[in-house]
Design a binder for this molecule. Structure first.
Ligand code: 6GU
Length: 242
C-alpha cells in the first residue's frame, strides 16, 4: 500500500511517518511513502502557492493550479485515479471502520491544506473523501494525515509483529481494551490482580472481558450501545446493579 501526501511541509510528514513502527514498515517494503511538495508545482518562479480570497476576508487561500499539478504528478506515476482524501475539519470524522476500508486501497492520496483552505474548484475536481480527525481546529492537514496513515498502516498485514494483530485491541467489538500489567508483581504497594498470576487462562479471558466492559461503561458509555455483547456479557452487566 502506498501513501502519497500532497503538502507544503513534506519534511514534517517524512519525519513523522519514517519513525517507529511505520518507519520499519517502510524499510520492510510493506508500505510506501511518497511526499509531493505542492510548492514544486507553483505557477511562477517565486514559488507562490497562495493568494488573497475573492470577496475579501482574512488570510490566504491555496491556489488551484499547484494542487492540481501535484495531484496529476501522482496520477501520472501510478497510472490511475486513486482516492484522494482532503483533511478538513468539515469532513466526516475519522473512525476505525474508515481505517479498515482505506486499508484495502493500493494507493491513497492525502491532500493537506493550509492557510484558510484550498480553492473549492480543485477540491471539486479531485477530492473523493473529506475527512476530519475530530471537532477541534488544527493549523494544517499534516498531523491529521499522519494520524490516518498510522491507523491505516497498522492494519496492513505484517506491519505489527504480533499475529493476533490489530483485531484484538481497543474497538474490537466496540469495547475498550482491558488493563495490562507487567513485572514487578508489586509496585509501590499495589499488587497485580491475582487472577493474572493464576495460570487459569479461561478465567483470565473472562476477567479481561469484564474489565473491558466496565472500562467502556465508565469511560465511553456512548460505545456500549454499539458493542457486540454476548449473553454472558449481559449476565455480567446485570450482576453490577446489585
Ligand atoms: Cl483534518 N484539518 C484541520 N486543519 N483541522 C482539523 C482536522 C483536519 N481535523 C480536526 N481538526
Amino acid at each position: 500500500m502506498n501513501f502519497h501526501v500532497l503538502t507544503l511541509f513534506p519534511d514534517m510528514i517524512e519525519q513523522g511517518v519514517c519513525t517507529s513502527i511505520t518507519g520499519r514498515a517502510i524499510d520492510k517494503g510493506l508500505i510506501g511513502l511518497n511526499t509531493v511538495n505542492i510548492r514544486d508545482y507553483a505557477g511562477n518562479k517565486y514559488g507562490q502557492v497562495d493568494d488573497y480570497p475573492y470577496g475579501g476576508g482574512a488570510g490566504m487561500v491555496m491556489q488551484p493550479g499547484p494542487v492540481y499539478r501535484s495531484y496529476e504528478a501522482v496520477v501520472e506515476e501510478i497510472g490511475y485515479r486513486p482516492r484522494v482524501i482532503y483533511l478538513t475539519p468539515q469532513g466526516k470524522v475519522f473512525h476505525q471502520d474508515m481505517a479498515e476500508e482505506f486499508s484495502k486501497e493500493k494507493d491513497l492520496v492525502f491532500l493537506c491544506g493550509h492557510y484558510e483552505g484550498i480553492d473549492e474548484r480543485v477540491l471539486d475536481m479531485i477530492v473523493t473523501d473529506h475527512v476530519s480527525i475530530g471537532d477541534y481546529v488544527l493549523t494544517g492537514g499534516e498531523l491529521p494525515s499522519m494520524v490516518m496513515i498510522d491507523a491505516i498502516s497498522r492494519l496492513v498485514p505484517g506491519v505489527l509483529n504480533n499475529d493476533v494483530s490489530a483485531e484484538f485491541e481497543s474497538f474490537h467489538d466496540n469495547l475498550l481494551e482491558y488493563p495490562q500489567y507487567t513485572r514487578p508483581a508489586e509496585f509501590m504497594g499495589q499488587e497485580v490482580p491475582p487472577i493474572l498470576l493464576s495460570g487459569n487462562h479461561p478465567k483470565v479471558d473472562q476477567w479481561r472481558r469484564e474489565q473491558s466492559i466496565l472500562r467502556t461503561m465508565e469511560r465511553r458509555p456512548d460505545l456500549i450501545k454499539e458493542a457486540n455483547l454476548t449473553k454472558e456479557d449481559i449476565k455480567f452487566i446485570k450482576t453490577l446493579d446489585k
